[in-house]
Design a protein around this ligand. Structure first.
Ligand SMILES: *Cc1c(COP(=O)(O)O)cnc(C)c1O
Length: 376
């Protein structure tokens, strides 16, 4: 194995979950959103750790039925919501077999789920998604009345929750848009209640909504980013202490002294301006290090900051360690995380590469082993 690894601090994930619980108070449940393998952090490990710590999450959120099955097979006991529902009959059957609650966002899904429920001789719960402005998954508010009428034909289906998703909760300057989404949702909820239905859960907010929009908390919030300690969705006036759970590490596998004027890497994108000590790192864009971090990225060694020089290639990256005191072959290099008094957050790396922290951690490939730690 090359010396590349990501460390996941499970204790931090657990503390972040507790911090979200504390922020929203006792009357609001918190769904730990661990889709996409927990945004690259490891869904099963997080679910198991939370449950073992008797922090038992109120809900776990995944996108795919298959992700839910993986969690159940790993022993997860908490309620699981599949945020993208199902698109085949066998997946609806699996929802029942593995005790997963699907999200429904199309009329015909009622028939599919009902068939699965009848085949299993049981009732089954689902959450209805309403599109209030995201224009992605969800039925339109104007379709709600017809939906509820159709639902009455399926007595074996239980409307356990009603949900929507905010499009720009992290953009406080777009308050008008978000407020309209929230109002539309509450109007829909009244309509549902007028039909005599009383769903247990009403939920609207992702991490940004949870932090910025008090009136959008409903009685359940769906938090992903905050769980992993991403802070870019936290509104300036909100006090919540979360810490980043993931750090990314590698080691120097070659040290080379080169004269001034030496070209480094592909395409001659960097020429040394002085005699330089250049270190090779066995990590590249295949591992999830974005290529547009070339010549702008920073890394940490022995608590000091060094620069990425030349193009990041598929498996290898060069850094300038001329000024790093005491640098040695085999030294640990931190790409995301802390070293001495310095730190580089996923958010900072994301800002420099024109993306968001989510995409960076999701983009760490399987080639980077995850090491799970519970404290340091
Ligand atoms: C991913 C997702 C979330 C979590 O979003 P964060 O910004 O990570 O908190 C919430 N709701 C839905 C529907 C999602 O798909």
């Amino acid at each position: 194995m090359r010396p590349n690894w990501a460390e996941i601090r499970l204790d931090r994930v657990a503390n972040n979950y507790k911090a979200i619980k504390q922020l929203v108070g006792d009357s609001v449940k918190v769904m730990a959103v661990i889709k996409a393998d927990g945004y690259g952090h490891g869904a099963r490990e997080i679910a198991n750790y939370l449950e073992q710590q008797t922090i038992t999450p109120d809900w776990l959120g995944v996108v795919l039925v298959e992700e839910g099955i993986q969690l159940r097979e790993a022993g997860a006991k908490s309620p699981i919501l599949c945020l993208a529902g199902f698109w085949q009959e066998d997946q609806a059957m699996d929802c029942i077999k593995y005790n997963l609650v699907p999200t429904i966002y199309r009329f015909d899904m009622l028939e599919t789920l009902s068939k699965a429920a009848r085949a299993n001789n049981c009732e089954w719960r689902f959450h209805l998604k309403i599109d209030t402005g995201m224009s992605r998954l969800g039925i339109l508010p104007g379709e709600l009345s017809d939906f509820v009428k159709l639902l009455k034909n399926y007595p074996e289906l239980i409307l356990d929750g009603v949900m929507t998703h905010l499009a720009s909760a992290d953009e406080l300057e777009k308050a008008e848009f978000t407020n309209r989404q929230i109002k539309t949702f509450h109007d829909c909820l009244s309509q549902i209640k007028n039909h005599g239905l009383n769903p247990t859960y009403q939920h609207i907010s992702n991490s940004a909504g949870t932090s910025s929009w008090l009136e959008a908390r409903g009685n359940l919030v769906r938090a992903g980013g905050l769980l992993y300690g991403f802070t870019d969705t936290i509104a300036p006036n909100v006090v919540i202490k979360v810490a980043p759970a993931l750090s990314l590490h590698t080691r120097i596998i070659l040290l080379k002294r080169v004269p001034a004027g030496t070209s480094l890497g592909y395409c001659n994108s960097f020429f040394t301006k002085r005699e330089s000590l250049i270190a090779t790192l066995p990590i590249g864009y295949e591992d999830g290090l974005r290529r547009n971090y070339s010549n702008i990225g920073k890394v940490l060694i022995r608590g000091q900051v060094a620069s990425i020089v030349g193009r990041i290639s598929m498996d290898l990256t060069l850094i300038d360690v001329t000024d790093i005191v005491g640098v040695q072959l085999g030294d640990e290099v931190v790409l995301i995380g802390e070293s001495g008094d310095n730190s580089i957050s996923a958010e900072k790396m994301a800002a420099m590469t024109g993306t968001i922290s989510y995409e960076l951690t999701c983009g760490l490939s399987d080639r980077v082993p995850r090491i799970y730690l519970t404290e340091k």
